[in-house]
Design a protein around this ligand. Structure first.
Ligand code: ATP
Ligand code: MG
Length: 780
C-alpha cells in the first residue's frame, strides 16, 4: 500500500481528493490531473472506509476504466479494486440491465445488437413496409432512432412530438416514427438491445421501478464521472436519478474539450451542475503537468479564440521544450512520408520508442497515406478505433471487383460482390453455383459464364449474364487503360460510388470518402514513381493489388500496450497523452471540416478538437498540412487551416518538406507566405531555381539533421534516399539498383535536375526507366 499518495498531489488536487461528501465539480484544462484526481479520490474513499461495492465510476473508454482500476490497485494494494463498478456508461449499464432486464420483459441474457445488426433490422422493416430503402436508408433511419433514444424519446413520444414529426416531414420521411415503433418491437421480440438501448432502457428501468431506483441509489453511494463535458442527455438524466439521494457526485470535465455535441452531448451539463445541486464544491485545477511550456502556450492561445469558455489560467512548471514544428508538404503522400521519416529519425536521435508516437487525424479516411509510409519503413503501427483502411467493408467490396477483374478464379472476392450492390443474384443462386462448380470441377465463374447451359432461368439468368458482361468489360480495359481508369469505371458501372454518395448519413459519407480515398490512392499509384523510381511500365492493376494485399496482411496485433506507433482520430485520443504527437491534415475543409464551418458553434467545436489534439503532446508536437491532396477523385489545393494562424509565432518553427529532399522553409520566417497557399506552378519554379545542377537527394545515413536555428533555415530530415550524382551518369556505365541488381545504362534524358536513366538489368526484369532523383542507383 502506498502511504504517501496524497503527497503526489498539489494543494488544489488534494482538496478535491479529500472532499468526501457532497457534490463536487472539477473543471479544469487539459493535463491538469483531472483523471489522476478522480483515480486518487477512489482510493482515498476506500482508505476512509467506503466499500468498493458502493463506488460507481464512469469513463469514456474501457481502456481508461482498466487503467483506473490498475492505478487504484497500485495505491491500495490488494484486490479490493476489483469490486468497484468502473467502466464506460455502456458497459456498466449493460451489467446492471443483465440483473434487472426481466422487469422490462427482456431475458436477462439479452443480445446486444451492434450498429450493423441494428441497421439490418431497420432494413428488414423498411422492406416489410414496402418502402424504398434507398429513400428510407437504414443508416439514416437508424441515426434518427439513435438520436431519439439518446434524448430519451421512445417510439410513442416520437410519433406524438410535433417538432420531430415536422422534421421528418421536411425530410420527406414521415414514416420514421412508425419504423422506430416496429424496430423497438422487433428488438424486443428478438430479445435484443442495441447500444442506445443500454442507456435508454436503463433510464426506463429506473423511472418505472422505484424499488430498483432505490436499490441503486443506495448501492452507489459515490458516483464519479470523467469527461463530464461529453455526456449526452440520457447519461445526464440517469446520473441525476442515481445520485439524487446521496448527492455524492463528483464530475470532472473541461468545457474546452467538449467534442461530442454532434452526438447530443452538451456543455450545458457542466454549466448546469452547479444549479442542479446545493452546495456544490467547485475546484479549478490550473497547473498542467503534461506538456512543455511551448505546447501549452500554443494550446492556450488557440482556445482563447473561442467565446464563452469557462475562464481558466492553465500554466506549467515544465520546461519550455522544443518549438512546435509546423510542416508543409506538397501532397498528402509526402505528408505521410514526412511523418514516417521523422518518426524514424526521432527514434534514432532522441531514443524514442514506437509507442511514444501518435498520429492524430480529423477523419479515419486520412490514415491511408500514413499506413503505407510506415509500412514501407517497417515501423510497426496500429490503427485505433476504426478498422485499418483496407479492412473496411466498403474498401474490401470495391477491391473485390478489382480482384475478380484481374482473376476470375478468386472465389472469395466473387462471393463478396456477386450480389453487391444488390442485383438479384440471391443466396439460392449463389449456393447452386457453388454446388455446380464443385460437381463439374470448374470455377464458379465458369458456371456463371455458362449460366443458361446450367439451367438458370428468367430474371436470375439475366442478372448473371449482365454481371458477367460487366466484369468482362472491365477486363477488356486492363490492356488499354491504367489501373485508375479501370477503377473509376468499376465504381461507375457497379453504381457503388453513386449509392454511397446518395447516403447522406455521417457513416454513409465516411464510406463514400473512404472509397474516394481508395480511388485517390490508385491514382497516385499510377501517377507517381515508387521508391525505386520506376516509371509507369510497372503500374498495373496486379502490382497495385499485390501492394495493398500485403498491407492488409500487416499484423497489427491486439495488445493495446504493444510497442507500436498509434494512429487514431482526435476524438479517439481524448484523455490520452503521448511524448510525441503528429497532428496532420491541418487544412481548410479538412480541419476545420468543410461541414463544420457554417456556424460559430460548429467552428468552435472544431477548435476545441484542435485544442484536444495539441494537448495530447507531452514533449514534442508536429503539425502538418499538404498543399494538395486527392479528395473525391481530384487533386485539390487546400489552404492551410485557419487554426494555424491563431498560434503564437514565438513557439513555432515553420518548414517545408517535399519530394524526398531537404528544403529550406519558404517565406523567410514571416507569415506572409501562408495566405495564398498552394500555387503549385510557382512552387515548382522556386524549387527548380533552388536546385540547378545539384542533387536533390540527401544521404540516408543516420547523421542527424542540424538543429533548427530559425524558421527560415529549418531543415527537414528525410532519410531513405541514397546519395547519387545524376550528373555523372552516362550511357554505357555499370550501375547497381537496390531492387533490380546490376545493370547497364543505355540512355539518359530529362532536365539536369530531373535526370532519367534507361537501364537494362539482365537479372532484374530487363529495361527500366529510372528517375535518378528517387532511385537508389549506384555507379559500380
Ligand atoms: P485531460 O484533460 O487530457 O483528460 P487530465 O486533466 O485528466 O487531462 P491527467 O491525465 O490526470 O490530466 O494528468 C496529466 C498528466 O499529469 C499525467 O501524466 C499525470 O500523471 C500527471 N500529473 C497530474 N497531477 C500531477 C501531480 N500533482 N504531480 C505530478 N504529475 C501529475
Ligand atoms: Mg483526463
Amino acid at each position: 500500500m502506498k502511504e504517501n499518495y496524497l503527497d503526489e498531489l498539489n494543494e488544489r488536487q488534494r482538496e478535491a481528493v479529500t472532499h468526501i461528501n457532497g457534490p463536487l465539480m472539477i473543471v479544469a484544462g487539459a493535463g491538469s490531473g483531472k483523471t489522476k484526481v478522480l483515480t486518487t479520490r477512489i482510493a482515498h474513499l476506500m482508505r476512509n472506509g467506503v466499500d468498493a461495492f458502493n463506488i460507481l465510476s464512469l469513463t469514456f473508454t474501457n481502456k481508461a476504466a482498466r487503467e483506473m482500476k490498475e492505478r487504484v490497485e497500485k495505491i491500495l494494494g490488494g484486490s479490493e479494486a476489483r469490486n468497484l463498478y468502473i467502466g464506460t456508461f455502456h458497459s456498466v449499464f449493460a451489467r446492471l440491465l443483465r440483473a434487472e432486464a426481466h422487469r422490462l420483459g427482456y431475458p436477462n441474457d439479452f443480445t446486444i445488437y451492434d450498429a450493423d445488426d441494428a441497421k439490418s433490422v431497420v432494413k428488414t422493416i423498411v422492406n416489410e413496409l414496402n418502402l424504398d430503402d434507398k429513400h428510407y436508408k437504414p443508416n439514416f433511419v437508424y441515426n434518427r432512432i439513435s438520436a431519439a433514444k439518446n434524448s430519451l424519446m421512445g417510439p410513442e413520444e416520437y410519433q406524438l412530438d410535433h417538432l420531430v414529426q415536422q422534421e421528418d416531414m421536411r425530410a420527406n420521411r414521415p414514416l420514421i416514427g412508425k419504423i422506430y415503433d416496429m424496430y423497438a418491437k422487433r428488438c424486443f421480440k428478438n430479445g435484443a438491445m442495441d447500444f442506445d438501448d443500454l442507456l435508454f432502457k436503463m433510464y426506463v428501468l429506473l423511472k418505472s421501478f422505484p424499488e430498483v431506483l432505490h436499490k441503486y441509489q443506495h448501492k452507489f453511494k459515490y458516483i464519479m464521472i470523467d469527461e463530464y463535458q461529453d455526456t449526452n442527455p440520457a447519461q445526464y438524466e440517469i446520473i441525476k436519478l442515481l445520485g439524487a439521494v446521496n448527492e455524492n457526485i463528483c464530475v470532472v470535465g473541461d468545457d474546452a474539450q467538449s467534442i461530442y455535441s454532434f452526438r447530443g452531448a452538451t456543455i450545458q451539463n457542466i454549466l448546469q451542475f452547479e444549479k442542479d445541486y446545493d452546495d456544490v464544491k467547485v475546484v479549478k485545477l490550473e497547473q498542467n503537468y503534461r506538456s512543455t511550456k511551448s505546447i501549452l502556450s500554443v494550446a492556450n492561445e488557440v482556445i482563447a479564440h473561442n467565446k464563452g469558455q469557462i475562464e481558466k489560467n492553465l500554466w506549467t512548471d515544465n520546461t519550455e521544450g522544443d518549438t512546435i514544428k509546423l510542416v508543409r508538404t506538397m501532397t498528402d503522400n509526402e505528408e505521410g512520408k514526412f511523418v514516417a521519416d521523422t518518426i524514424a529519425e526521432q527514434k534514432l536521435r532522441n531514443h524514442y520508442e514506437n509507442r511514444d508516437f501518435v498520429i492524430l487525424y480529423r477523419t479515419n479516411a486520412q490514415s491511408r497515406a500514413f499506413e503505407e509510409c510506415l509500412r514501407r519503413k517497417a515501423i510497426p503501427y496500429r490503427i485505433f478505433g476504426g478498422l485499418s483502411f483496407y479492412q473496411r467493408k466498403e474498401i474490401k467490396d470495391f477491391v473485390a471487383y478489382l480482384r475478380v477483374t484481374m482473376n476470375t478464379r478468386d472465389e472469395e472476392a466473387l462471393k463478396r460482390i456477386i450480389n453487391y450492390p444488390v442485383r438479384g443474384i440471391g443466396k439460392t443462386t449463389l449456393e447452386k453455383t457453388i454446388v455446380l462448380a464443385n460437381e463439374h470441377n470448374i470455377t464458379m465463374w465458369e458456371v456463371l459464364e455458362r449460366a443458361r447451359e446450367f439451367g438458370f432461368k428468367g430474371g436470375t439468368v439475366e442478372a448473371i449474364e449482365a454481371f458477367v458482361v460487366m466484369i468482362k468489360s472491365f477486363q477488356a480495359m486492363l490492356t488499354t487503360h491504367n489501373a485508375y481508369d479501370v477503377a473509376v469505371v468499376v465504381g461507375k458501372s457497379t453504381n457503388i460510388v453513386k449509392e454511397l454518395f446518395n447516403d447522406k448519413t455521417t457513416e454513409g459519407l465516411a464510406r463514400y470518402e473512404n472509397v474516394q480515398e481508395l480511388l485517390n490512392s490508385i491514382k497516385e499509384f499510377t501517377e507517381t514513381p515508387d521508391e525505386e523510381g520506376e516509371l509507369l511500365d510497372n503500374k498495373t492493376m496486379g502490382t497495385y493489388l499485390q501492394q495493398i494485399t500485403l498491407l492488409t496482411d500487416a499484423d497489427q496485433g491486439n495488445d493495446e500496450d504493444s510497442n507500436v506507433v498509434k494512429l487514431m482520430t482526435i476524438h479517439a485520443a481524448k484523455g490520452l497523452e503521448f511524448p510525441v504527437v503528429f497532428t496532420v491534415g491541418l487544412e481548410e475543409t479538412l480541419f476545420p471540416s468543410g461541414m463544420s464551418i457554417n456556424t460559430r458553434e460548429e467552428l468552435e467545436e472544431e477548435r476545441r478538437l484542435f485544442y484536444v489534439a495539441i494537448t495530447r503532446a507531452k514533449a514534442r508536437l508536429w503539425l502538418t498540412h499538404a498543399n494538395s491532396r486527392y479528395r473525391f477523385g481530384n487533386l485539390v489545393q487546400n489552404e492551410p487551416s485557419r487554426f494555424l494562424e491563431e498560434m503564437p509565432e514565438k513557439f513555432i518553427d515553420r518548414s517545408y518538406a517535399g519530394g524526398g529532399s531537404v528544403r529550406n522553409a519558404f517565406g523567410s520566417g514571416s507569415t506572409s507566405g501562408w495566405g495564398g497557399g498552394g500555387n503549385m506552378g510557382n512552387m515548382f519554379d522556386r524549387m527548380q531555381k533552388k536546385t540547378p545542377g545539384q542533387p536533390v537527394s540527401q544521404p540516408s545515413s543516420p547523421k542527424p539533421a542540424p538543429r533548427p536555428t530559425s524558421a527560415a533555415t529549418t531543415h527537414v530530415p528525410t532519410p531513405g534516399f541514397a546519395p547519387d550524382d545524376p550528373a555523372e551518369m552516362e550511357p554505357g556505365m555499370q550501375v547497381e539498383h537496390q531492387k533490380f541488381g546490376f545493370g547497364t545504362i543505355t540512355a539518359m534524358e530529362g532536365a539536369p535536375n530531373n535526370r532519367i536513366a534507361t537501364v537494362v538489368f539482365p537479372k532484374g526484369g530487363g529495361e527500366k526507366k529510372i528517375m535518378l532523383n528517387y532511385a537508389k542507383l549506384r555507379i559500380v
